[in-house]
Design a binder for this molecule. Structure first.
Ligand code: NDP
Length: 297
């Protein structure tokens, strides 16, 4: 399929740009961007994410600080650590890996991070700034989707965009970003009626649902561009063997010969998310030195 939007390849372009910005700020200003990642507990998926984040942070020449805390860590201990990291001049980005154990208040923890260091873009100040079109930290996954769309389509102005999913971390910020690009934006969710008809009018579909292969060919207008955020673990019969594999929210095989572009799962939005975390960290570092924002579009 030549319609494939290769997020893995494009994320390398972003990481190369990040590395160049890191080299410049190190050489000219003697500052090394630093990212602190906090992991509470031993959720296996979170451990993999944190490991990958640390590895890629080092690869672009930044400092990586990992803080692994017991699942039973108290709120006070966690908040004290965040306070320490907020004050640490060597740390430009602070991220607390979600989900947190049930006894910790996710909102309180996120809002205790200095908004200037909130490289996940989840702090309520950053949400407000983004919603009102002001300079903010933009959540990594929607930022990654936007960069892929702009790279593929150029100017998005006037396009009809349908986002499926209204979560705070993907759907809502994605809608705001596309509004800022002058798209006409519809957000669909589990209560949306005639969702298939709504999607079939879209020039751009961003699927962030968490339902394996929900979006079939009937949902998609010929020539549309489809960004698949979903990551779903399913069991499939591959060459006679039952195997666990990853699929998106979009039925990928249905898109062949139909769309102008579609992101695969894996290898689409996923790699862009970590690349954008690195981009946000270098941006936070540049802002801490009163320098202009790095450019990633
Ligand atoms: P949430 O579960 O927070 O949100 C899912 C959204 O989908 C909700 O708004 C829900 O509607 C909507 N929804 C559920 N069922 C339907 C349906 N049948 N029809 C229409 N809408 C529906 O998920 P996230 O936003 O956190 O993540 C979405 C997917 O993206 C997941 O698969 C997740 O793993 C993946 N993801 C991938 C990332 C990456 O880096 N590639 C990063 C983040 C997430 P309602 O609000 O009405 O319940």
């Amino acid at each position: 399929m030549n319609e494939i939007i290769d997020g893995k390849k494009f994320s390398q372009t972003i990481r190369t740009k990040v590395k160049n910005y890191v080299d410049v700020i190190k050489e000219r200003h003697g500052v090394t961007p630093g990212l602190a990642v906090i992991l509470v507990g031993e959720d296996p998926a979170s451990q993999v994410y944190v490991r990958n984040k640390g590895k890629q942070t080092l690869e672009v020449g930044m400092n990586s600080y990992e803080h692994k805390l017991e699942a039973s860590t108290s709120s006070d201990v966690l908040l004290n650590l965040i306070e320490k990291l907020n004050k640490d001049v060597n740390v430009h980005g602070v991220l607390c890996q979600l989900p947190l154990p049930d006894h910790l208040n996710e909102k309180e923890v996120i809002n205790s991070i200095d908004p200037k260091k909130d490289v996940d873009g989840f702090h309520i100040s950053n949400v407000g700034l983004l919603n009102t079109g002001q300079k903010s930290m933009i959540p990594c996954t929607p930022l990654g989707c936007l960069l892929l769309l702009k790279d593929r389509l150029g100017d998005l102005s006037g396009k009809n965009a349908v986002i499926i999913g209204r979560s705070n971390i993907v759907g809502k910020p994605m809608a705001n970003l596309l509004l800022q690009e002058n798209c006409t934006v519809t957000i669909a969710h589990s209560r949306t009626e005639n969702i298939e008809t709504i999607c079939a009018q879209a020039d751009i579909i961003v699927a962030a649902v968490g339902r394996p292969e929900m979006i079939k060919k009937e949902w998609v207008k010929p020539g549309a561009t489809v960004i698949d955020v979903g990551i779903n673990r399913v069991t499939k019969n591959i060459d006679g063997d039952e195997k666990t594999t990853l699929v998106g929210d979009v039925c990928f095989t249905d898109m062949a010969g139909l769309v102008a572009g579609v992101t695969p799962v894996p290898g689409g939005v996923g790699p862009m998310t970590i690349a954008c975390l690195l981009a946000n960290t270098v941006t936070a570092c540049y802002r801490s030195q009163d320098l202009s924002d790095p450019e990633f579009t």
